[in-house]
Design a protein around this ligand. Sequence first.
Ligand code: ADP
Ligand code: MG
Length: 730
Amino acid sequence: MQSNLSRMSSTSSKNLIQEKPPHKQMKQISEYFGKSVFGPKAMAEFVSKEAIKAVNESRNTGKQMDRKMADQIAEGMKNWAIEKGATHYTHWFQPLRGSTAEKHDAFFDPTGIDTGIEVFTGKSLVQQEPDASSFPNGGIRNTFEARGYSVWDPSSPAFIMEKASGKTLCIPTIFVAYTGEALDYKAPLIKSTNFLTKNTTAVCQYFDANVKNTKVSLGIEQEYFLVDEELYHQRPDLVFAGRTLVGNMPAKGQQLEDHYFGSIPERVYNYMTDFEKEALKLGIPLKTRHNEVAPGQYECAPMFEEADIAIDHNSLLMDVMQSVASRHKLKVIWHEKPFKGVNGSGKHNNWSLITDTGVNLLSPGHSPIDNLQFLTFFINTIKAVHDHADLLRASIATAANDHRLGANEAPPAIMSVFIGSTLSEVLNQFQAIKTPVITGKVNEKTISVYRIPEILLDNTDRNRTSPFAFTGNKFEFRAVGSSDHCANAIIVLNTIVGNQLAEFKKEVDALIKKKTNKLLAIEQVLKSYVKATKKIIFEGNGYGDEWVKEATKRGLSNIKTTPYALDAYSTKASKDLFVKNNIFTIKELEARTEIKFENYLLKIQIEGRILGELVKNYVIPSAVEYQKKLIDTIEGLNRIGQTKAENKGLYTLAKEISYNVNAIWENNNKMVDERIKANRLTHADKKAKAYCDKVKPYFDSIRESADKLEELIDNDAWKLPKYRDLLFLK
Ligand code: ADP
Ligand code: MG
C-alpha cells in the first residue's frame, strides 16, 4: 500500500496535473512472471506435501509415481487450472517434425452431468494415447503396433496456454512407441543431459569432493523475421515453403546495416511487449530484445536455464510468438534464409556446465587450481568437437539451414572452434610446460601454482564468424538454425562431451593407478589433447574464402548439404557413441536419421512444386501481361510510322521477356523430370541426395530468370508482393 508520506509528496509534486506516462501504468514483470505455470508456489497451495514429495522423487529418480499420488496431483492441477479459467487439458509433446503437438480434451465430463463435475484423473495425467499414426516415426511404428503414448514428464512444469478466448492446461510429456522407443525430442534429450551431468560430476571429484551434482545450462538466442500477415498470404512460397523462392533485393538492403540495434518500429515494439508478457506469464525468462542486421529481422533471448527446460521454453516461445503475432496482423518467419541477399536467422545456443555448489565450470577461476578445473572442461569440450565435428555438423543439418551456412554473414559448414587470443596463448603456454614425473605424495599447491597460467579474459575478444565460439564463460553454438528444434544439436553436444569426459577420466585414472600425481596426470592428459586438437581451432574470419582453403589443408570437412551431412549419423563411431551410452537404441538412431532424410526430401519436393506453381501462375502471367502492352505499343508506333530501329529499347525488352519466360519454362520441365526420376528411388537417403544434386540446382536457374523478369516488368503488372513491401514494415 502507498504510504501517506508518498501520497502527500506525490500530491504536492508539480506533476499533479500530468497523466501517468503509459509505461508507469504497466505492471512490473515480477507481478506476472510464471503466473500461468504450475510451479512450486501453485503446487504448495493445491497439492499435499506428500504428493509434492512424490513428484520431486519421481523427477530426481525418473521412477514412475504411485497412482494414488498421481490422482492427488491431477486433482490439484485441475483445481488450479480451473481457478485460472482453463476448460481443457492436453498432453503437450514434441514430435520429430519440429513443432509441438497437442490434442485438447475438456475437463467437463458429460457422464458426470448429474453430479456436475469437471474430471481429471491421475490416469489422464500420467499417460495418454494420442492417435499418433501421422507423426513421423521413421518406420518404428510401422513394424510394430501403430500406437504411441504420451507420458507425463514431471521434470517440466505444467502450464496454461491462452489462445484467442480459450485457456488450456498443458502437461509436458514425452512421446514413446508402444514398444518403448522414443518418438520425440524430449526423451533422448533428458538421457543425454543425465549422461553428461553424470560424467561431469565424476570429473569434478578430482577438484572438489563436495560437488554432488551438475547441470547443463543453456541460453537460446532466437532470431526471426516479421512480415505483414496480409502480404504473407499473398506469397505462396512464404506460406508453403517458409521462404521466398523468387524475389529481388531492393536497391537499399542491409548495406548500411542501419537496422542493427536501431530503434524498434512501434508496431514491432507493441508486438514484442505483447508476446513477451505472454511468455513471461509462462515462466519463460525473456531478457533481451533488439533489431537484427537485416531489415525486418529481430532477436530475443531469455536468461539461461537448465538445458531441458530451456529447450521446452524455446519451443513454447516459438508457439507463443506466432500466435501473438496474429493479434498484430503480423507473421513470424522462422526460416533460416527467407530472403535472398540478406542475412539469415540462427538460434545461438549458449551452453555451459554448472555445479550444485554454484561454480560455472567454463568460467576461468581466480586460482591455478580453479583454472586447471576450467581448463579440464574447456579442453575436453574442444576435444569432443574435434573428434565429432561431422556429427555436430549433422546435428544442425536441415534443408533450410543449408541456405544459411556459408552464405551472407553466417558461419560456414566447416566446424571449428574460436577461443580468442587470450585462451590461445594460455593453451600454448600450458602445452609448453614440462610435466615432471612425480609419484607419491607431493604438495599440490606448489605443483600447480607456477604451472597453470593466469587467465584474464578480454571481453572484447569476440568472433561472430565462428560456428562454435567460446564467449567468456560458455560456448556458443551459433550454427543452429532459427527454425530448428535445439534438441537436435544439444543431444549431440551433450553426448559427445559426456563421452569425452568419460574417456578423459579413464586416461587420468590409469595414470593415477600408475602412481602419477593426480594433478600432473590431469595436466598430462590435457596437454595431449591440446596437441591433438590444434586443427579445429580457428581464430580468423570464418566468412572468408581463405578459410575454406585453409580448412581443406587442415583436413577439416566442409559438408555443404544436408543429405551428405546426415551420413555422419550412420557411421560406426556414431552408432557406438549413441548406443553404448544409452542415448538411442540402434533402431531409434536409424529411424531418426531416416526421418531427417525424409524431411529433407519432402522440403525440397514441396519447394520444387511451389516454385513451379509460382512461375506458371504468377511470374509468367505477369510477364506476358506486360509484354502484351509492349507489343501493342510497338505496333501502335509502327502504325504512326516509326521504325523498329527507332524503338530498339522496346523491342529488346519484349524479346528479353520472351527469353526469360522460355528459360523458366524449359528449366521447370527439366526439374519436373528430375523429380520424377528421384521419386522412383526407394531409399530415403538416395532419394534425398537425388533431390539435392539433381532437383535443387534448378531452383537457382529458374529463380535467376524470374528475378530478371521482376526487374524488367511494370510494377503494376507484377503479381507478387516485392521484397521492399515484405521487409520494410509499415
Ligand atoms: P552475448 O552472446 O551477446 O554476449 P549474453 O551474454 O547476454 O549475450 O548471453 C546470451 C545468452 O547466453 C543469454 O541467453 C544468456 O542467459 C546466456 N548465458 C549467459 N551465461 C550463460 C551460462 N553460463 N550458460 C549458458 N548460457 C549462458
Ligand atoms: Mg550471443
